[in-house]
Design a protein around this ligand. Structure first.
Ligand SMILES: NC(=O)c1ccc[n+]([C@@H]2O[C@H](COP(=O)([O-])OP(=O)(O)OC[C@H]3O[C@@H](n4cnc5c(N)ncnc54)[C@H](OP(=O)(O)O)[C@@H]3O)[C@@H](O)[C@H]2O)c1
Length: 308
C-alpha cells in the first residue's frame, strides 16, 4: 500500500476510523471526503503530516464525488445510515450515492472499488434499510462489475454503536428492552477483522467482483448478547421482552426525535436472523480467522463498570 492513493468515503464513522488507521499504517496516502471536516479532525493524527487529507464535500454533488475519485488507485465506500433524516433518505444514500461513487470510480479508472453493504441486504426484506442496501449493491455492480462487496453482521469494537449504547443505557436504566423477546440470532464481527478483510481484498485481484459475508466465529441470540454485556459491566438488569408491535409504536414516536433511539424500520430489521448464508464467501476465504467476542468485548466495555 506504500504511497498508493486511497479514497475512503465514510472514513469518519465507526468502521471508517479503523480502516483509515489500517491503511495509514501501511503507508497509503488517504483522502477522506466528509460533510464536515472539523468533525473528522481526529483522523489526521492517524498518519504522518500530509498523509491523510479531509475533503469537504456535498455528497449529492456528482462533480465533487468524481473529483474525490480522481487519481485514486482504491476507492472505498462505507457511507450508510440507519434512519432517514431530512434529505438523507435510504434511497439517496444507499442507492444513488453508492451508484455515483461506483460510476465515478469507473470513469476515473480507479483500479479497485470496495463497497460496504450489510448482511441484512435483501431485495424482499420488510426493512427499507435492507432493501436499499441490496439495490445499492446491484447499482454498484452494474456501474463497476469488479467491485468487491462486504456484508457484515453486527460489527463490534471500541467505538461501536451497539454495545457502547446499551452499556451506557444500562448504567441508568433498570430495564433493557428485548425486542421480539430477543430470540433473533446475530453473528457479530470484530471491527479489526472487518478492516483486515478489506485490506486483504484490496491486495488480492481474485476478490474482484465477489461478495464476502463477514461474521464472527459464533452465533448469539440478541438476549445472549445483552446477558454477556451485563456480565462484563457487573450489572443486573431486567431484560424485558417487547413485542414487535409495541416496539414499532415506540419506533414511530422515536422517529420524531433528532437522533431516533429506535425506528419502525429498525424493528423490522430485528424480525430476521442476521447470520451468514450457507456457501457464502467469508473471512476464511481471505485467510482471516475471526476473533471471538468473548476475548474482545471485556477489553473496552470494562469502562462502563460501576465503581463501588
Ligand atoms: N456498524 C455495524 O454494525 C454495521 C453492520 C453492517 C453494515 N454496516 C455498514 O457499514 C458502513 C459503516 O458503518 P458504521 O457503523 O461505521 O457507520 P457510522 O459510524 O454511522 O458512519 C457512517 C459514515 O457515513 C457518513 N454519512 C452518514 N450520512 C451521510 C450523508 N447523508 N452524506 C454523506 N455521508 C454520510 C458519516 O459521515 P459523517 O461523519 O459526516 O456523519 C460516516 O462517515 C455502513 O454502510 C453500514 O451500513 C455497519
Amino acid at each position: 500500500m506504500q504511497g498508493k492513493q486511497v479514497t475512503i468515503f465514510g472514513g469518519s464513522g465507526f468502521i471508517g476510523r479503523s480502516l483509515v488507521q489500517r491503511f495509514a499504517r501501511e503507508g497509503a496516502i488517504i483522502r477522506v471526503p466528509v460533510r464536515n471536516p472539523d468533525h473528522a479532525l481526529f483522523l489526521k493524527t492517524m498518519g504522518h503530516v500530509g498523509q491523510i487529507t479531509l475533503l469537504k464535500i456535498n455528497p449529492y454533488n456528482k462533480q465533487e464525488i468524481e473529483a474525490c475519485c480522481a487519481d485514486s488507485e482504491i476507492v472505498i465506500n462505507l457511507i450508510g445510515i440507519l434512519y432517514e433524516k431530512g434529505s438523507s433518505t435510504f434511497k439517496r444514500i444507499h442507492i444513488d450515492l453508492a451508484e455515483t461513487i461506483a460510476k465515478s470510480a469507473a470513469q476515473k479508472g480507479v483500479k479497485r472499488l470496495l463497497h460496504m453493504s450489510a448482511l441484512s441486504a435483501e431485495p424482499t426484506s420488510k426493512s427499507v434499510y435492507a432493501i436499499t442496501k441490496s439495490q445499492g449493491e446491484q447499482a454498484v455492480l452494474k456501474a463497476y462489475p469488479q467491485a468487491t462487496i462486504f456484508r457484515p453482521s453486527l460489527v463490534f469494537g471500541p467505538h461501536d454503536h451497539f454495545f457502547n449504547r446499551f452499556s451506557e443505557i444500562s448504567r441508568f436504566s433498570p430495564v433493557l428492552p428485548l425486542i421480539g423477546s430477543g430470540k433473533i440470532r446475530l453473528q457479530p464481527a470484530y471491527v479489526e477483522d472487518v478492516v483486515e478483510a478489506m485490506m486483504t481484498a484490496a491486495k488480492q485481484p481474485e476478490s474482484q467482483g465477489k461478495i464476502y459475508e463477514l461474521g464472527g466465529p459464533k452465533i448469539y441470540s440478541f438476549k445472549e448478547l445483552f446477558e454477556f454485556m451485563l456480565k462484563i459491566i457487573h450489572l443486573n438488569r431486567l431484560l424485558l421482552p417487547l413485542p414487535y408491535l409495541i416496539a414499532k409504536i415506540i419506533g414511530f414516536f422515536g422517529e420524531f426525535l433528532p437522533t431516533p433511539p429506535l425506528t419502525r424500520d429498525q424493528v423490522k430489521l430485528l424480525e430476521k436472523d442476521n447470520i451468514l448464508n450457507k456457501g457464502s464467501l467469508t473471512f476464511r476465504d481471505l485467510g482471516i480467522v475471526p476473533s471471538a467476542l468473548e476475548s474482545i468485548l471485556p477489553r473496552y466495555l470494562s469502562r462502563y463498570k460501576i465503581k463501588i
